[in-house]
Design a protein around this ligand. Sequence first.
Ligand SMILES: [Zn+2]
Length: 347
Amino acid sequence: MRAALYVSAGNVVVGEVPDASISAPTDAVVRVLRSCICGSDLWSYRGIVERAAGSRLGHEFIGVVEAIGAEVTTLRPGDLVVAPFQWSDNTCPACLDGIQTSCQNGGTFGAPGTDGGQGEAVRVPRADGTLVAVAEGTSGVQPSLYPALLATSDVMATGLHGAVLAGVSEGSTVAVIGDGAVGLCAVLGAVSVLGAERVILLSRHADRSAIGRSFGASEVIAERGEAGIAAVRELTGGLGVRHVVEAVGTKQSWEMAVGMARDGGSIGAVGVPHTAPELPLFQPFIHHLSINLGIAPVRRYLPDLMTRIMGGTLNPGPVFDASMGLEEVARGYAAMDSRTAIKVMLS
Ligand SMILES: [Zn+2]
């Protein structure tokens, strides 16, 4: 079968790899319908984090179950499923705590020795605890819904998790730092899932802020740094905002998050801190800030998000502003690297 392979920084190709197959009785093989490129895939593409030459790429996909191992009980061949970006057993203590991304039997698609989502098929370990089937069945799902379902495999659930970590609830006022797919989905999650009343999006790209507004952002602030903090404070009567979602993971984004939070406020952080931003504790201490962070347990949110999408009340699909075939994956990476695409879907 064909799959995307990492060669070196800036160099991604599609090559021939062994067919995905069942190797443990708890496995399933999923034939991929759609996958996508993640902002986190760019860290190795840009040479910021190490990645082995020849390793498989991609951790977000939806597809159809092709085969199941002898111990798989909740799935059948033919089911249309969404995969979280990490697999989990959904039964261990961490999973029962709702942090399936800490599963003691978990792992990440595209890690060394595993199949990646950017390929024709994927071996899914711990299939019962990982995959969620669309209740309506394969024939009941229009392809027009594939982008929305695909978004739940990472960015929609991750954005929502940021808003949950920030303590967002009915009527909240929220600031979202970051206008990538995760930040935009944080806007959508805060408004459509959690009932936030007012969302201020920090964005200086017209295309991204337009999607943010369509997702429910009531105000967009283009300034960054101290000017961005001042703008948010001005919009909130000088107090600052009670809930901040940090969806970037850099030193500047953290300074902005701490700077614009109101005394007693909460920061929910889902921006991966690859650049190791330091968090000085004095300001959060003085201002009674709660700081919650972590890699999103997508599996926890999947059933609810899928039900909302199938019911027509949630559509994160617009975060995909480019779509191409798997064979064009190199062009997809280049488009995301140069920020000419927010998020690329692969067919
Ligand atoms: Zn577990």
